[in-house]
Each structure stands twice: as C-alpha cells, then as structure tokens.
Design a binder for this molecule. Sequence first.
Ligand SMILES: Cc1cc2nc3c(=O)[nH]c(=O)nc-3n(C[C@H](O)[C@H](O)[C@H](O)COP(=O)(O)OP(=O)(O)OC[C@H]3O[C@@H](n4cnc5c(N)ncnc54)[C@H](O)[C@@H]3O)c2cc1C
Ligand code: FES
Length: 370
Amino acid sequence: MGLLKWSKRPAAGVDANTPGGNVVRGLVARATTPLLPDDYLHLLNPLWTARELRGKVLDVVKETEDTATVTIRTGWGFPAAYKPGQYVGIGLQVDGRWRWRSYSLTSISSAEKKTIAITVKANPDGFLSTHLVDGVTPATIIRLAAPRGDFHLPEPIPGKILFVTAGSGITPVIAMLRSLAARGQQADICHVHSAPTRDDVIFLDEMEALAHSTPGYTLKLQLTREMGKFTVCRLDEWVPDWRERDCWACGPPRLLDAMESHYERGGLRERLHVERFSIARTDHGGEGGTVRFALSDKKAEIDGATTLLEAGEKLGINMPFGCRMGICQTCVLPLAGGYVRDLRTGEERREGERIQTCISSVSGECTLDI
Ligand SMILES: Cc1cc2nc3c(=O)[nH]c(=O)nc-3n(C[C@H](O)[C@H](O)[C@H](O)COP(=O)(O)OP(=O)(O)OC[C@H]3O[C@@H](n4cnc5c(N)ncnc54)[C@H](O)[C@@H]3O)c2cc1C
Ligand code: FES
C-alpha cells in the first residue's frame, strides 16, 4: 500500500471527517501504537480527541440582563451539518463533576465554520445555566453531544409559517430565521413572541431589522408586563389565517400545553411542532433507594428526585442520553430488576420494562443492564 493511501486510512477507533484529518490521525495512531493517539494528541490540544466530542468556549456575550450567547469552537468529529432548530448536549465540569444540559443551537451550520453558538437564559433556581451565563470563562474545555432533534423546518419549507415563541424559546426559531435569511429563502412568516419587557426580548434588534427588511416576515411582540400574557384565543385576532400555517412553538410548558389543546380542538394537531425545554414533574416521585448498574458493577443510594441517568453519571458510567427531558428515547435501558418511578406521571415500572433513565428514579431498589 502506498504511503499516502496508508496514512489516509482511518485509524482504528478514530473517526475523522476529512481525509486530511485522517492523515494526521492515521500517522499519529500508527506511530504511537500500542497507545491510542488520543493519549498524545489531547496533550498537544484538548480538542484533538476521538473518544468524545469536545469544544472550547471562545466567548460569552450578554444578550439581555439574564441571557448570554456562548460561542464554542468545536473539536474533531463534531458534525459540520446540523439543522436550524436542533439542539446540542453541553457537558461542563463543575466541582469535579460533569453536568449535562441541552441547548438549542442559535448558530447555523457551515462547512467552513468550526464554531457553534448557544444562547442561555440564567435560571436563578438552576445549576448550570447561571454558570454558563455568568461564570464560564473563555478557553474552558467542555464536552459536547452531537446535534439532534426533530424541531426543524422541512424541505421544501412551507409557504406559510407561524412561529409562537416566548422568552428563551426564541433560540431554535432564531436559528431557523437566520438560516432562511442566509439562504435567501422566502416564506410568509408570522412570528408571535412574548417577553416581559422590550429589554427582555432576546435578539430584539435582529428580529426588528428582519421585519423591516423582509416583506414576508411579520413580528408581533407581546410585552407581558404591560399587555398581559399571550393566550391562544388571541391567535384568531393576531393571525386570522393561523389554521393555514404550519406552526413551530417553543416556550414555557403552560403556553405549549395551551397550544397543543387549541390545535387538538381545531383538528389541526399535525400542523403544530413543539419544542419543550423542561418537563413537568409530579410530586409523587420515587421513594429513592439503591440503584445497581449491573454491567458496570457499581451501585448508588439516591433520593426519589434524582434520576437514574444522574446517578449513573455521578458514578462515571457512560450513560446514553439526548434531550434529558423524556422526549428523544436515547436514554432507554432495560430494567433488569426492581422498581422505578416515572417522575412525570408518578407511574411505577417493573422488571422487564424498558425505561427512560432521564425521567425515572428508583422506588426501593432497581438494577439496570449497563
Ligand atoms: C431540547 C432542549 C433545548 C433547550 N434549549 C435551551 C436554550 O436554547 N436556552 C436555554 O436557556 N435553555 C434551553 N434548554 C433548557 C436547558 O437545558 C436547562 O434545562 C436550563 O438551562 C436550566 O438548567 P439549569 O442547570 O440552570 O437548571 P437545573 O438545575 O436543571 O434546574 C432547572 C429547574 O428545575 C428545577 N429542578 C431541578 N432539579 C429538580 C428536581 N430534582 N425536582 C424538581 N425540580 C427540580 C430547578 O429548581 C429549576 O427550577 C433546553 C432544553 C431542552 C430539553
Ligand atoms: S435523554 Fe431523551 S428521553 Fe431520556
């Protein structure tokens, strides 16, 4: 085999997007066998690792008082193509523990750009969002989970679109608007967005500029402090032809619940696409207890509010996950023994069932096959 061909062959366990990447990784892999190239490469640059997706925080720019856009340089293996509206997993090490959350991408994909952006609203009761908005410093190395999610526009894009967003729910939709503008695609878009005041509207200047320059885009702001909350009954008044539009909605659970009921009642549920950032938890969580991770030979005592996913991660087990909200099914594992409780519904699940570890906690004791 010629030297060039040999060097371009992907090294075992190493996945590079480009032949150029394979040359470097392949040469290093073969020069360093039996040790993995990662052992050497990530000493040179923490983003050069094939074992996991990584990123480096480039900057954090405030959008409003409590939101900021975090720009991240992506490392090897991060997919160059993703759809506007999709989200990524962000893993940050805080107090020695990796904490994971999902964030919609506010950047749009481009083959040349090796950066992505997320826009985070600090939740004063939450853990990671305040850290991302106010605490994370440029050059921090983070872990990433590949973009995923079904909340994106179809191809070809519909001629008439309705966006209903509130607060930080603007994030997946701004990516769609940016993508449409970048590709010069025209659609008749009506966008209803709610926020307490103008100062709280994330991307206000950008959306107003778009409304000014793009004949097909109409922005209707509901400033809730002076106008009250947006209610779905206002759709008839604000968007008389809403029934003819495909709708993408993202905001607090109460707004999305109301939207779903409204579309259901109108027999138009298939026209509505919803992205939820949080799940409603029931008060009847699991009692807590012992969770065993059979294949990893580890166990933990957890309370009834801690999820099996969190428990496994705390023990350093490589738990599968996506949305961490009970939506995507990526975290599903077989329940090899015992009982768990679904934190959304309070329902108990037993041995033999397949369970979503991100929204389940232990009830007494349980064993997972991982
Ligand atoms: C698909 C998707 C996309 C998202 N995109 C964005 C985005 O673009 N921008 C954005 O700002 N956010 C987004 N989110 C939300 C984000 O992932 C985080 O949930 C959010 O930032 C809060 O994280 P946190 O660590 O600050 O809060 P957490 O510590 O996770 O807490 C969140 C809330 O839950 C409560 N809580 C936590 N644990 C428990 C418990 N055990 N029992 C009861 N209540 C509890 C807390 O009190 C708090 O009110 C998205 C979520 C999903 C699923
Ligand atoms: S991680 Fe998506 S359903 Fe559990």
